[in-house]
Design a protein around this ligand. Structure first.
Ligand SMILES: Nc1ncnc2c1ncn2[C@@H]1O[C@H](COP(=O)(O)OP(=O)(O)OP(=O)(O)O)[C@@H](O)[C@H]1O
Ligand SMILES: [Mg+2]
Length: 318
């Protein structure tokens, strides 16, 4: 059953100089109940912007177009009130850097209670009990709810941030770089936790990260983003064994992978600016397989296998 479907989503920012920055340039995604989907790409490719749009939390300088279907209902078309009605209760987010965003003068528990109180789901003793349950769910003793953020390690604060996102029992969790800045051991524990929660609760998750090998270990499917678009999408196994897009292939090679013994080869250059029109394939200047056609138009979507799509002119680039 599809819980979330994104169709032709565009997001653009109005810049102070009057220019527009087209951060998300028409993406399509779907998410099944209980599924884990990785949204991967280099810094600035539009990952956070795309998921903030799904939460209805874009800044006022941003505009969005397309469809965001939650259980079939277009919540983007519904506007602010519809977005607010579903935020946290149906679709929730762990923000990029969330573990460092707790208010230092409030207890962890009081901060976890905020979304459920705002949604009118629980108050008083019931809210305390629910906070304890949520902490236990993410592997923290219930009585620690009266502690302050500085009494928690980084990994525990990230667990608490996940607990907070789960407070209103959402169907969809958007996790933005949930393990960045954590050491490898703690990173593995947080990933195990996210796998367990999605399996046990039937929760669907979009995990945003720049680490493609890591997504292969956690998610069933991955979408690779480049310059505001999805350059390749498919099962993580397909992407790992049969990458179609040169960017996917180069991204795998550019990221250290503890499981694969190989050299790390970085991708030359950097992604294009998104406040200027891009003609042709945006990856062309960095691509080791580019042909003349790549300079002319954005590549059409090719289907390698059912559900495995890539936007590249070069056939069998793998
Ligand atoms: N509030 C904003 N105003 C103007 N431009 C913005 C704003 N937020 C993001 N952008 C621009 O939109 C593009 C996409 O940014 P976004 O933060 O979505 O990327 P990202 O893929 O999440 O990157 P990272 O991996 O660094 O978190 C970038 O060019 C960024 O500079
Ligand atoms: Mg981001």
């Amino acid at each position: 059953m599809t819980v979330l479907a994104i169709e032709d989503l565009h997001v653009w920012f109005e810049l102070p100089d009057g220019k527009e920055l087209h951060a998300v340039q028409g993406i399509d995604l779907s998410l099944e109940r209980g599924e884990r989907l990785g949204l991967v790409g280099e810094s600035g490719c539009g990952k956070t912007t795309a998921i903030l749009a799904m939460m209805g939390l874009l800044p006022p300088t941003a505009s969005a177009a397309g469809r965001i279907l939650l259980d079939g209902e277009d919540i983007l078309a519904g506007g602010d009130n519809t977005m607010r009605a579903h935020r946290w209760t149906d679709i929730a987010m762990v923000f990029q850097g969330a573990m460092n965003a707790f208010d230092p003068v409030k207890t962890i528990g009081s901060q976890i209670r905020e979304p459920m109180q705002a949604a009118g789901l629980a108050k008083g003793k019931a809210a305390r009990a629910r906070t304890g349950e949520l902490l236990e769910l993410v592997g923290i003793a219930a009585e620690r709810q009266d502690r302050y953020p500085h009494e928690f390690s980084g990994g525990m604060r990230q667990r608490a941030a996940i607990a907070m996102a789960l407070a209103c029992e959402p169907k969809v969790l958007l996790a933005d770089e949930p393990t960045t800045a954590l050491d490898v051991m703690v990173q593995a524990q947080i990933l195990e936790l996210l796998i367990r929660l999605t399996d046990e609760l039937g929760l669907a998750m979009i995990m945003v990260t720049h680490d493609l090998p890591l997504v292969s270990q956690v998610c069933q499917r991955a979408a690779v983003m480049y310059a505001g678009r999805i350059s390749e999408i498919g099962t993580t196994s397909e992407l790992y064994h049969h990458p179609q897009h040169p960017y996917t292939r180069m991204l795998f090679r550019a990221t250290p992978d503890l499981l694969a013994e190989r050299d790390v080869i970085s991708i030359p250059g950097s992604p294009p600016r998104l406040d200027q029109e891009i003609i042709g394939c945006p990856f062309r200047p960095r691509c080791d397989a580019a042909i003349d056609t790549c300079a002319i138009a954005y590549p059409p979507t090719r289907t390698a296998e059912p559900g495995h799509l890539s936007a590249c002119f070069v056939e069998e680039s793998a």
